[in-house]
Ligand binder design. Structure first.
Ligand code: MSP
Length: 675
């Protein structure tokens, strides 16, 4: 079916094709992914770009699988705070929202974010759907009139209970205003049990599980009916049949996901229900995991299939925000990698894309800084990825006349590709995007190790007849990695295809097939895709990032260690306060600039955590990966050298005070408690 929108506030990818929901051949349900729609009272930064990137990578992964996904992003424009921001800027609100909304679209376009629709809540389509849904819920008996007397936090656009006010401020620390109005209310309380039943019956509906648990306890505390209208200030969507009121901005904004499908007009089932709503944690519990599904239940409409919340990027003074002045704009980073590293524009964009996905805060929060980005760049894109491609092609030119040789592909690397594909699929399907990219990167690392082990240069010297086989295997793995890395770094993958002199590999089923790299292909010359950032630049970046934090961070570790004297005796309940668990180290990486610290990613049951441990002097990353350790699970997170540590690994001291890690006597189930 084909749908043409009549309003320029809804923008598709290309001019003249405004947000058409095209599916030429059938009405098959399309995989529908969404970001939150962003408030237009602020400028876009890498935090907003992060959620755009989640959806973009998921969309590109679905395309790789041969599906026809649909991706929505856009802007939330009807709130009181948007109107206030326009007034403060001395601008007409409509002109203001047009201007700021455009900056979000520009940010998405800059980062090669392949959205299908950029949806705006000031569009006619949205207004129509929001009013229709309001009416439908009212007709179903879940909206009623009453008087609202209470506090409103304009900044967070939320109603605040008296008991939540601290020092005259809302729980988010914002100013509150007293509101006394006759209003419309939504019977949220009616959905306590249906929501809990849904959560219980579908364990992966709300992800990650740690956040799902927060939702469960939030609902169990009791859901109050909520006020869903405000006095009409001349901005917003009027309540159908009551022009004196506008629909509360959250009630209105959430409807965007449904409105963009064309609902209530025919054809909306082609997209709805959404397959995944992505957002960060602050708008998960109250809005996307409670209010929105309750609204849909009240309207007797299907619920989204998954609601997934990531953590925050934090930088210097906490969550990145314009008011804290710690914002990093994606544009600035792209420019940096063009100018300082000498990357081509589309590859500099890939650097930012890669950094967003690899720093991805799925469970906790992560630091995002220019130095971190540079670390990821040099270690993963330059050392691992660039190196593998460069070695493969250079050696093919040197030892095989620049042609893919006709020789067997090493079964060891065929198995590595299969493993990477399996891991990648599991991670992608579980929305663990950083881990999925990590699985592709592991394949690249396995290739680099394979090359080191085989040492083709020595094979050539010894005239080893297996050399052509090693060369073909190297190129074969480069080709497979091209396919797997494509959703995250598409431009770099195009460059790999160009250097291999092949069409881009765009089908999942082609990854790891002999046909994907035909024997006899004449290869192009290798060209470095990602030039290394030199030490001096790294040093400058390190100085520039979070200058106050670094000296502060290491001190407590030293002090605590020297001074710590355990009390002679403790009571058993004191001991029981410490929750010890068995974990497995999944990744280990030395912290640059520290003699002692190693950054570990550990798995504790289903959960992943990051732990920074003072073991760098004694253990190399390869000694740690795969090893079981014992961790203090309920230790309050702390920052070491600006890196969040979400626990502590247990170790004994040797005679020189160096760490000796504790490890279970034999393999223990991951996550099992230690007592
Ligand atoms: N307009 C509402 C959402 C309505 S959806 C129906 C809103 N807008 S927002 O502009 O504040 O965007 C919040 C979202 O932006 C987060 O949920 C997250 O997706 C993204 N992020 C903004 N800053 C971020 C970080 N520092 N870190 C991670 N994500 C961030 O809330």
């Amino acid at each position: 079916m084909h749908r043409t929108w009549n309003h320029a506030r809804i923008c598709g990818r290309s001019e003249g094709e405004l947000s058409s929901v095209d599916s030429p051949n059938s009405m098959a349900k399309r995989h529908y992914v969404t970001t939150p729609i962003y408030y237009v009272n602020s400028v876009p930064h890498v935090g907003h770009a992060l959620t755009m990137m989640c959806c973009d990578v998921e969309k590109r992964y679905r395309e790789l699988l041969g599906e026809d996904p649909y991706f929505l992003t856009g802007t939330d424009e009807n709130g009181l705070k948007v109107m206030t921001a326009a007034q403060e800027a001395g601008e007409d609100p409509m002109a203001f929202v047009d201007r700021i909304s455009e900056t979000f679209r520009v940010c998405a376009d800059l980062l090669n974010v392949d959205y299908d629709v950029f949806f705006r809540t000031t569009s006619d389509q949205h207004r129509k759907a929001a009013q229709a849904l309001f009416e439908r819920i009212r007709d179903n008996g879940y909206i009623f009139q009453d008087k609202y007397e209470g506090w409103y936090d304009i900044s967070a656009e939320t109603f605040v209970k008296e008991s939540e006010i601290v020092d005259g401020k809302s729980p988010d620390g914002n100013e509150v205003t007293w509101v006394e109005e006759e209003n419309w209310f939504f019977k949220l309380s009616a959905f306590e049990k249906p929501l809990l039943d849904k959560i219980e019956s579908e364990p992966d509906w709300l992800l990650p599980h740690t956040r799902k648990n927060e939702v469960v306890s939030f609902i169990k505390q009791g859901l109050r009916d909520i006020c869903i209208t405000r006095a009409n200030p001349g901005w917003g969507i009027p309540v159908p049949g009551d022009e004196t009121k506008v629909i509360y901005v959250w009630f209105d904004a959430l409807i965007n996901y449904l409105a963009a499908t064309g609902w209530p007009d025919a054809g909306w089932e082609e997209l709805w229900p959404a397959d995944v709503h992505w957002m960060a944690k602050e708008i998960f519990t109250r809005f996307h995991a409670t209010l929105w599904p309750a609204m849909l239940m009240a309207a007797e409409l299907p619920l989204p299939k998954a609601v997934v919340a990531h953590g925050w990027f934090v930088f210097r003074d906490g969550k990145m925000s314009k008011s804290r002045g710690n914002v990093i704009a994606a544009e600035e980073l792209v420019k940096y990698y063009q100018e300082m590293a000498g990357c081509a524009h589309d590859l500099a964009v890939d650097v930012v894309r890669w950094s967003l996905i690899r720093s991805f805060p799925f469970e906790g929060d992560t630091d995002y800084s220019k130095f971190e980005v540079a670390n990821l760049y040099n270690s993963e894109l330059v050392n691992d990825f660039g190196n593998a491609l460069n070695r493969g092609l250079s050696m093919a030119h040197k030892f095989a006349d620049g042609v893919v040789p006709d020789a067997p592909i090493d079964s060891e690397m065929i198995a590595a590709i299969e493993k990477a594909k399996t891991d990648y699929t599991v991670y992608m399907d579980g929305h663990r995007l950083s881990d999925a990219a990590g699985a592709a990167l592991d394949l690249v690392r396995a290739l680099n190790k394979y090359v080191d082990d085989k040492a083709p240069w020595a094979m050539a010297k010894n005239e080893d007849p297996a050399l052509p086989s090693v060369i073909r295997t190297m190129l074969f793995v480069c080709r497979a990695s091209e396919g797997m890395l494509r959703p995250v770094i598409p431009a770099a993958c195009d460059a790999v295809a160009r250097q291999l002199n092949l069409e881009p590999l765009t089908k999942w089923s082609d990854i790891g097939t002999e046909a994907s790299l035909p024997v006899g292909t004449k290869l192009n010359q290798p060209e470095p895709i990602f030039p290394r950032l030199d030490k001096k630049i790294m040093e400058q970046l390190k100085q520039g990032d979070a200058p106050a934090e670094q000296p502060k961070a290491e001190k407590p570790v030293k002090k605590d260690k020297q001074k710590f004297e355990p009390p002679a005796e403790i009571e058993f309940p004191d001991f029981m306060k410490v929750n010890l668990k068995v974990a497995r180290v999944i990744e280990a990486e030395p912290v640059e600039g520290s003699d002692k610290l190693m950054k570990l990613q550990v798995k504790i049951g289903d959960e992943s955590r990051q732990i920074v441990a003072g073991i760098k002097k004694v253990y190399a990353p390869e000694d740690l990966i795969g090893r079981q350790v014992v961790v203090v699970y309920n230790l309050k997170p702390a920052k070491l050298m600006g890196i969040e540590s979400q626990g502590m690994v247990l170790a004994a001291d040797d005679a020189d005070g160096n760490a000796i890690l504790l490890q279970p006597d034999k393999e223990a189930p991951e996550g099992s408690s230690v007592h």
